[in-house]
Design a protein around this ligand. Structure first.
Ligand SMILES: Nc1ncnc2c1ncn2[C@@H]1O[C@H](COP(=O)(O)OP(=O)(O)OP(=O)(O)O)[C@@H](O)[C@H]1O
Ligand SMILES: [Mg+2]
Length: 385
């Protein structure tokens, strides 16, 4: 009996695991060697933005995790743009690759198993120049992380160092990216930043440890750290999930106000469609490591098109609508190690028809800004129902 269950589809023999681990080491060593190079000419990772109005362009990004059980294609060909001064909302089911996309942009993937295998992440620099983060070695990335692109994480307690005072953690970031500033100027800027994020007793908070602050205050400190060097792009990965709704509203308000003050852009990741509707200019919907739909916030909310987006909208509670129970999309996401070669949503889709049994659908334009990866929207001539 035990023997039989061992032979189930998910069973991996010790030999297979050893072989996969060896192969993974060979692959990841090559990526690591490239990342760890010390003397790399900036021209090697210099690039130009496709559209100068964008601050960030992610093109066909593929980020894989080389695990002993197999390769997890966490992000598999993601492309989106972040225009200057705009907020992009990134939504999708848990595990669809939102955090891995943002960690790839920050070069903060769990290495060596997590690696960007291909694609481009173009980030604008001063004087019309740009860099491709996928080609940058670690030491070059350290110079722009926190300065040009920064991230606010979901749980501030795990991002703040518990053994250092708030002030010194903020001082460190400001000092690191502004080597010309003396100690007093750095402290002055830290206090200013704490005031900007609406911390009233900034002088006292400067000398406090993270555990002495409430969740909302810690998240304000995280925002202060992320915005201290006026980054061009702020990635906020579920910044308010751990907070109650009134604090959430305050935090989002601060984020929006500061974004406008320093004229930067936000990539906002959240499960809360209400927050997206309020904050975002454009929305990108991800499903199982790919983008299934993108468009302006009006297009996505007024004309959601992909069956997954439609399901997502239907699962949203609405005060005036009486329902017996909230809608949930039936079925599960496919196993990330063995992704099918057809539409990843097909097996959960009630609109699946013949073409869906072919290869993964291409991105189809519904308007210049609205795009959807679904055969339902192909030209009528191609559509066989
Ligand atoms: N260190 C890792 N090793 C192996 N697989 C990983 C690792 N980190 C993430 N993954 C896989 O990558 C995929 C995407 O994960 P990710 O954290 O980006 O999801 P997410 O969209 O942010 O989900 P959530 O909404 O729950 O935060 C998942 O299938 C996850 O299992
Ligand atoms: Mg996440």
């Amino acid at each position: 009996m035990a023997r039989k269950s061992k032979k189930s589809a998910n069973y991996l023999s010790a030999r297979t695991i050893r072989r996969t681990a060896k192969e993974n080491r060979r692959i990841t060593r090559q990526f690591e060697q490239k990342l760890n190079r010390k003397h790399v000419a900036p021209s090697e990772y210099a690039t130009v933005m496709k559209d100068p109005a964008n601050v960030l362009e992610v093109e066909d990004l593929k980020t894989y995790f080389f695990t002993d059980a197999g390769t997890v294609k966490a992000v598999d060909g993601v492309s989106f743009e972040v225009p200057r001064g705009k907020t992009i909302g990134l939504v999708g089911e848990s595990g669809c690759g939102k955090s891995v996309t943002s960690l790839s942009i920050m070069q903060l993937l769990q290495r060596p198993q997590g690696q960007i295998v291909s694609g481009a992440i173009r980030l604008t620099q001063d004087h019309g120049q740009a860099v491709d983060i996928t080609k940058m070695p670690i030491h070059a990335m350290e110079k722009i992380r926190g300065k040009d692109v920064s991230m606010i994480f979901q749980e501030p307690m795990t991002s703040l160092n518990p053994v250092f005072k708030i002030g010194s953690q903020l001082d460190e970031v400001i000092g690191l990216h502004n080597p010309d500033m003396d100690k007093d100027a750095v402290k002055k800027r830290t206090i200013e930043m704490l005031e900007l994020v609406s911390i009233a007793n900034s002088g006292a908070v400067y000398d406090m440890y993270p555990h002495q602050l409430s969740g909302g205050m810690r998240q304000r400190v995280m925002i202060a750290i992320a915005l201290a060097c006026s980054p061009k792009v702020i990635i906020a990965d579920e910044p308010t999930t751990a907070l109650d709704v009134t604090i959430q509203a305050q935090i989002l308000d601060i984020l929006r106000r500061l974004k406008d003050q320093i004229n930067s852009s936000i990539v906002l990741i959240t499960h809360d469609l209400g927050v997206i509707a309020e904050m975002a200019d454009e929305v990108v919907v991800m499903y199982a490591g790919r983008i299934v739909e993108k468009g302006t916030v009006e297009e996505i909310f007024k004309h959601p098109s992909h069956p997954y987006t439609l399901g997502l909208m239907a699962s949203k509670p609405v005060v005036s609508r009486h329902v017996e129970r909230l809608y949930s999309i039936p079925g599960n996401v496919p196993n990330p190690i063995e992704m099918p070669d057809y539409c990843y949503f097909r097996d959960r889709c009630d609109r699946a028809f013949e073409p869906c049994y072919g290869e993964y659908p291409p991105m189809i334009s519904l308007s210049p800004t609205h795009k959807v990866a679904c055969y339902c929207y192909q030209q009528p001539a191609d559509k066989k129902e």
